[in-house]
Ligand binder design. Structure first.
Ligand SMILES: Nc1ncnc2c1ncn2[C@@H]1O[C@H](COP(=O)(O)OP(=O)(O)OP(=O)(O)O)[C@@H](O)[C@H]1O
Length: 260
């Protein structure tokens, strides 16, 4: 028993304990207790306004940037509570990177977008930066498409390319976890497929938590799925179980499109 608990802990990247969050008087997350597995893809699903993005943003404390927000409970990242006063937010946010719904490259060159984070972290040598940029773009399955236009503006890339560039920018600071907030909702079906393939490829080395409105996407890419409803986690299980044999009627109603 003890041995299997230890194993479970080794495989856990985040463990939330009685996590509650309020925006002013609005109780947006209610007593969330979730163990998120390492080097796995976890999907967060649920209808609009149920707290998916809020939950995601608690994991790297981006939610602290909202005025009037109050968090109670714990989020252990490898066993250490990130809501402890001693947490170094710069370190936390490079370990736990984030990719947003709309691709948001900086109005700079492709190269400078990816080199930005490493520069901030003190990498100065040109060759070292070049190496990081190439490696990150290759890892984000974008290198072949941009290797001859590294000095062109990132804003000239297609939406799908911009999103993979944002993933490369995130990888360049060597995160351990990547949070993705509806990363394909602004993309066409082919770009969506490319990003989904990339996400699956990245799980060998990273823990990925993805918010999605797209049931097929959650079913296609994730290993675990959490179903949120009005700030509660209704059900959390293997993705195959959630989509084939959910325990809760509300999960079943949601995944079969009866509401949401
Ligand atoms: N910055 C904010 N200030 C005040 N209330 C907020 C803020 N952000 C979110 N909320 C509220 O918290 C609740 C959860 O919102 P959240 O954006 O986390 O939901 P969501 O499930 O990600 O929704 P969607 O699928 O529409 O993106 C909602 O009722 C929302 O109105």
């Amino acid at each position: 028993m003890e041995e299997s608990n230890k194993k479970a802990n080794l495989n856990t990247v985040f463990e939330t304990e009685n996590l509650n969050l309020w925006y002013g008087s609005e109780h947006a997350l209610k007593n969330i207790n979730l163990n998120i597995e390492s080097k796995n893809i976890t999907a967060i699903i649920g209808p609009s306004g149920c707290g998916k993005s809020t939950f995601l943003k608690t994991l790297n404390r981006m939610v602290d940037l909202v005025t009037g927000v109050r968090v109670e409970g714990k989020i252990n990242f490898h066993g250490v509570n990130i809501y402890d006063d001693k947490t170094n937010l710069v370190e936390l946010r490079s370990a736990v990177g984030m990719v947003f719904q709309k691709p948001n490259p900086f109005p700079k060159s492709v190269f400078e977008n990816v080199a930005f984070g490493p520069r901030i972290h003190g990498v100065r040598k040109k060759e070292e930066l070049q190496e990081i940029v190439e490696k990150s773009l290759k890892r984000a399955a974008l290198w072949d498409e941009v290797k001859d236009r590294l000095n062109d503006s990132a804003l000239g890339l297609s939406g799908g390319q911009q999103q993979r560039l944002c993933i490369a920018r995130c990888l360049a600071v060597q995160p351990e976890v990547i949070l993705m907030d509806e990363p394909t909702s602004a993309l066409d079906p082919i770009s969506t497929l490319k990003v989904e393939e990339l996400i699956q490829e990245l799980k060998r080395d990273y823990s990925i938590i993805i918010v999605t409105h797209n049931m097929q996407q959650a079913a296609r890419v994730s290993d675990k799925t959490a179903f949120f409803l009005t700030g509660d986690v209704i059900e959390y299980d293997d993705t195959t179980t959630i989509f084939s044999n959910p325990r809760d009627k509300r999960t079943e109603d949601y995944i079969t499109g009866r509401f949401g």
